[in-house]
Design a protein. Structure first.
Length: 276
């Protein structure tokens, strides 16, 4: 039996592809859509549905996840040692290899059997990348590229906004603000990637509190499956605390920057859809 979520994603994917169909068809290079949503918003699932529908329309499509471009655990251990201990945890700006993602985007228009384009896959269960032998390979230029990630399009905060900690993690483990200032500075290096997007679609959650609930529900499912490194409630709260500052910033600022904003209620039902 098809669930409400499945039906909603099918309808939403079709609407979004209809919205950009003319631009995708006219583009002489791969049309790049940024699909931005906070944790638990369903962006990865929606991206898969959009890919299936786009290919049914005759548009070869690639989906790239920002999560797959996390630095390996060993690299983040080096950041934790050299910059700040909080950088041991993946997720915040500065823990992704943006240069690699940019190089993949640059190579995709030239993909062929002789020049296949590979891109990484990140194993969240082991908290590091899969070996390159397991990376997906693209052998034809895509018509559409969907880049999905948790805060695509976000701009750095103003310096004044960094003065006060937003949660206990920042109060106790970043008392001088050096971690949040460093992370905010790293966001400048993400702006060239955002500028590659021909369109930015934002999946807008109702609040940070609801995002925490959604992400907790996902982790409960992993725990039930006995997934490696699945987090209990306490570990989950600590993990999410790393994201709170920029998630609140994204909720407040991304709708105004989006080409399309999809609004959700507490139970992930679409309640609004607007095009900029």
């Amino acid at each position: 039996m098809t669930s409400h979520a499945d039906l909603q994603n099918e309808a939403l994917a079709g609407h979004l592809l209809d919205q950009y169909a003319g631009r995708i068809a006219r583009s002489r290079r791969p049309y790049i859509i940024g699909l931005s949503g906070l944790q638990g918003s369903g962006k990865s699932t929606l991206a898969r549905v959009m890919k299936a529908q786009a290919e049914a329309r005759g548009w070869p499509t690639e989906v790239l996840s920002l999560d797959d471009f996390y630095y390996a655990r060993s690299d983040r251990e080096a950041l934790a040692r050299d910059v700040h201990p909080l950088l041991r945890s993946r997720g915040v700006p500065g823990t992704h290899e943006i240069e690699l993602l940019m190089s993949v985007l640059a190579a995709l228009p030239h993909a062929s059997d002789k020049l296949p384009v590979s891109h990484p896959r990140f194993d969240k269960g082991r908290d590091t990348r899969f070996p390159p032998s397991r990376w997906p390979r693209t052998t034809r230029p895509p018509k559409l590229v969907i880049v999905e990630g948790w805060a695509l399009g976000i701009r750095p905060q103003l310096q004044a906004a960094l003065a006060r900690p937003v949660n206990e993690l920042e109060r106790t483990e970043d008392p001088d603000g050096s971690w949040r200032h460093w992370v905010n500075k790293q966001l400048r290096g993400y702006q060239p990637l955002w500028r590659k997007f021909d369109a930015l679609i934002v999946l807008q959650a109702p609040s940070w509190e609801i995002v925490r609930r959604w992400r907790g529900e996902q982790e409960q499912e992993l725990l039930a499956r006995h997934a490696p490194l699945a987090m209990d409630a306490r570990a989950m709260e600590r993990f999410l605390a790393h994201f709170e500052r920029l998630s609140r910033h994204a909720l407040a600022t991304l709708p105004a920057l989006a080409d399309t904003c999809v609004e959700y209620d507490d139970d992930r039902h679409v309640t609004g859809l607007s095009h900029g």
